[in-house]
Design a protein around this ligand. Structure first.
Ligand code: FES
Length: 311
């Protein structure tokens, strides 16, 4: 059962309670859920409420002009009292609580996972700063809540900055961080690239964390054909325009999937030999470098054959 509220700048806030009124399972800051809207399209949205509040799940949806049925349907067809289908929360963007200080850097709707992180860091009494880049502070989503939040003193709003000025601010924020500080960023891809690139000048890669708010366009991921061998010895050709998951399904072999966009990690299988061409957003840089697992819904192969273990 859902409550819907306008949150400014083409953003709607959805607060969902279970229809049986029971508590949701606990989630951790940075988690997201799969939301299936009225058209049957499933999309991932970050949870933005306090993680300890198990009575409801809160997520925000920006109306995307390029929506393929996800955000527009949620905006136009869902009203208060409707029912939505939500998955259990999953977290691919967790806080690293061993850090001495946390720097949260968001732009636009990318503020959402950072909100739940800020609530949690404040609850735990941990040191953090939240930098929120907006186009126009007079209409930006969540600004009234941030100004009224108990952690408002940790929030800095950067209003309407041009790209060059944005870079200068990011250099000021990220340029002098120490090895016990971690940075988390969410927003448009180019913005996160910039945060990571500037942060990487002083911090190791493991201290930089980015959310993948929008799935890549999977249709653009085709490449050369390759072979997949299963631990059973069966071998299948994966053509340039089909995924491993699709090829296996066509032969009656079902791999569990959810997003099919390389975000959720459900379809990850162990790689016994061969070199994957990682195209997902769910494995960490270190996991990708190890080449011993891969997201079979989007990733492909750099070797002529991959050997996979079916779990
Ligand atoms: S099904 Fe979600 S990463 Fe593959």
């Amino acid at each position: 059962m859902v409550e819907v509220r306008d949150e400014g700048q083409g953003v709607k806030l959805f607060r969902v309670q279970r229809t049986d009124r029971r508590a949701f399972e606990e989630f951790t800051a940075g988690a997201h859920v799969d939301v299936t809207g009225p058209t049957g399209v499933t999309r991932q949205y970050s949870l933005c409420g306090p993680p300890k509040d198990r009575t409801r799940m809160t997520f925000a949806v920006k109306r995307e002009a390029s929506s393929r049925g996800g955000s527009v349907a949620l905006h136009d067809r869902v009203v208060a009292g409707d029912e939505l289908t939500l998955s259990a929360p999953r977290n691919l963007f967790p806080l690293q609580l061993r850090a001495a200080h946390h720097v949260l850097v968001g732009a636009g709707i990318g503020i959402t996972p950072l909100l739940s992180m800020a609530h949690e860091l404040h609850r735990l009494g941990r040191a953090f700063a939240l930098h929120y880049f907006v186009r126009d502070a007079s209409t930006a989503a969540f600004l009234p809540q941030l100004r009224a939040a108990p952690f408002a003193a940790a929030v800095t709003v950067h209003d309407g900055l041009a790209r060059a000025a944005q870079g200068e601010v990011l250099e000021g924020v990220l340029g002098r961080l120490g090895e016990d500080e971690h940075v988390y960023t969410c927003g448009p891809g180019g913005f996160m690239d910039r945060v990571v690139e500037i942060g990487a000048r002083t911090l190791p890669a493991d201290n930089l964390h980015r959310e993948h708010f929008t799935a890549r366009d999977v249709s653009g991921l085709a490449s050369d054909a390759f072979e997949v061998e299963l631990d059973t010895g069966e071998v299948f050709e994966v053509p340039a325009d089909r995924s491993i998951v699709e090829v296996l399904a066509a032969h009656g072999i079902d791999v569990d999937t959810s997003c099919r966009e390389g975000i959720c990690g459900t379809c990850v299988l162990p790689v016994l030999s061969g070199v994957p061409d990682h195209r997902d957003h769910c494995l960490t840089a270190r996991e990708k470098a190890a080449n011993d697992q891969m997201a079979t819904c989007v990733s492909r192969s750099r070797s002529a054959r991959l050997v996979l273990e079916l779990e």
